[in-house]
Design a protein around this ligand. Structure first.
Ligand code: CTP
Ligand code: CA
Length: 227
């Protein structure tokens, strides 16, 4: 391994990355989804592959093309449960997990087997939602000492305080916090401004840059964490 080459410093390493948004079915034709583009997670997968890693990319709904790279194996999933099952299968053989996916927090408590029809007198429809499993938290709870787990924190307010709570409650080694409020929203954008949180160290605020630049810097940082 030559860490100066910029190509092989993660060779032999297995990175498990999730990206995109999950979709929770309501009935055969409808779902609850979110605005995730998948750009950040895909950029991380590409940066990892460029660094020589084997990449397993668990992809939910995305608004950009799937990456084409021999080093990236893609697993398409729809719901949070499907994503959790896939991550659970792939995690034991992974050195690093990066949960960049925008995972639904709630799903309809029941999936109607037929299309829900509206009726002439009906003015309202109530959907009951139940909490989904926290993939990051349940997976990080099983991590070995030689595995490194990265989560994201999307916040509109009290960024550091909220992101720090996630770092601790989810047993992650690193949380990448980003502000998704108003004009600073990272959804769909090529640019992002993130702050890195790790236990026992002060937050590291990175300047605004492209998601590809963030991905490259993140992969360089992660390479130092799993020697
Ligand atoms: N996450 C997950 N499973 C969920 C929800 C979130 O694995 N059911 C992961 C995300 O992929 C991300 C991290 O947890 O890496 C934080 O997600 P975020 O939505 O910011 O936080 P939540 O814990 O869901 O809390 P809230 O949305 O209420 O802020
Ligand atoms: Ca959430």
């Amino acid at each position: 391994n030559n860490s100066n080459s910029g190509r092989t410093f993660l060779s032999g390493k297995h990175l498990l990355i999730t990206a995109g948004g999950t979709r929770e079915p309501i009935d055969p034709v409808r779902f609850i989804g979110n605005r995730s583009s998948g750009k950040m997670g895909i950029a991380i997968a590409e940066a990892a592959a460029n660094a020589g890693a084997h990449v397993e990319l668990v992809l939910g709904q995305i608004t950009v093309p799937q990456p084409i790279n021999k080093q990236i194996k893609i697993y398409r999933v729809e719901s949070t449960e499907e994503m959790q099952v896939m991550v659970g299968k792939l995690f034991p053989a992974s050195d690093i997990l990066i949960m960049a996916a925008a995972v639904a927090d709630f799903r309809p408590s029941q999936i109607a087997s037929q299309k829900i029809k509206k009726h002439p007198e009906q003015e309202e429809l109530e959907l009951q939602l139940v909490k989904t499993a926290d993939i990051l938290k349940t997976t990080a709870a099983k991590k070995r000492s030689d595995q490194f787990v990265v989560g994201f924190a999307a916040e509109t307010n009290s960024l550091l305080e909220n992101a720090n709570k996630k770092l601790e409650s989810k047993n992650a080694d690193l949380i990448i916090a980003n502000n998704v409020a108003g004009n600073d929203s990272a959804f769909g954008s090529d640019l992002d401004q993130v702050t890195l949180l790790q236990l026992g160290t002060s937050p590291i605020k990175w300047p605004k840059m492209t998601k590809r630049e963030i991905a490259t810097k993140l992969i360089q940082l992660l390479a130092t964490k799993i020697r």
